[in-house]
Design a protein. Structure first.
Length: 204
């Protein structure tokens, strides 16, 4: 390398013909500053060191990424033995023949609105609004059994929508009424359970 120092300028040029201490190819200056020659070597060493460090980091990055990705970011989990689950059986449905009719209707209205799934909350609460107050004692008993005896609320929904066949024990007038109501032939907007204000109007 030929290095010439002129006032505030440093000229760095490559020359295959000149070695350190030879005549400069730019300005014929025979005095080459050893100080700047050392600085050039230090600078070259620093650049080389950073380059090697960068290459090492780049070469390690895929390996590290592979290790991290293989430790379970795909949602993998060991097989669940389910030994820690406790099944609590629902109490069996019991008919209440001595329950007063007005109390039974209020209870069934509450149970129609507070279901384990939104679909049945809407469907049964609207069904109860339309038919509950006009049901006979026999129909009330059928409805009570239909919404309280099955252990899975989805079964009631599938029977009402006729996705699954209705078991014989739940077939009857009320089940037929519920199936017909579910078809919604008048295309009513059924987005939520009805407000209870209609009870006040009926009582007046």
């Amino acid at each position: 390398y030929c290095v010439c120092y002129h006032v505030k300028h440093i000229h760095l040029r490559f020359s295959r013909k000149h070695e350190s201490g030879a005549q400069c190819c730019l300005c014929n200056c025979t005095e080459i500053s050893q100080l700047y020659a050392r600085k050039v070597k230090m600078l070259s060493g620093l650049v080389a060191k950073r380059l090697v460090t960068g290459l090492c980091k780049a070469s390690w990055r895929p390996a590290i990424t592979g290790v991290v990705s293989s430790r379970g970011y795909r949602g993998d989990s060991p097989d669940d033995s389910k030994f820690d689950l406790i099944e609590i059986p629902l109490p069996p449905w019991v008919d209440k023949p001595d329950e007063p009719i007005n109390i039974k209707k209020r209870r069934l209205l509450y149970e129609s609105r507070k279901r384990g799934m939104l679909e049945n909350c809407i469907l049964l609460s609207l069904f109860a609004k339309r038919y509950l107050n006009t049901m006979t004692e026999s129909q009330l008993q059928q409805y009570d059994r239909l919404i309280n005896e099955p252990s899975n609320d989805w079964d009631i929904y599938y029977w009402a929508t006729e996705a699954y066949p209705t078991p014989e024990v739940y077939q009857g007038e009320v089940m037929d009424m519920l199936k017909e109501f579910t078809k919604n032939r008048n295309h009513e907007q059924r987005l939520d359970a009805p407000s209870l204000e209609y009870l006040e109007k009926e009582s007046q």
